[in-house]
Write a protein of this length. Structure first.
Length: 59
């Protein structure tokens, strides 16, 4: 339930109030969950393409 509320961007104070949890305990739960998140990004190279610029002039 907590994880679903966090995905909805509900404030920690609001979650703690509604679920009758301590804010410090909830903050520790969030911190523990954050520490488990994988922090690597995989980048795939794209083929390079030509850039074509068209200039418009007023006559």
């Amino acid at each position: 339930m907590i994880d679903r509320l966090l995905l909805e961007k509900t404030s920690l104070a609001g979650i703690a109030r509604v679920l009758t949890l301590s804010q410090s305990g909830l903050q520790q739960y969030v911190k523990d969950g954050y520490d488990k998140v994988l922090r690597s990004v995989q980048v795939t190279a794209k083929p390079k393409a030509s850039l074509l610029l068209c200039l418009l002039t007023k006559n």
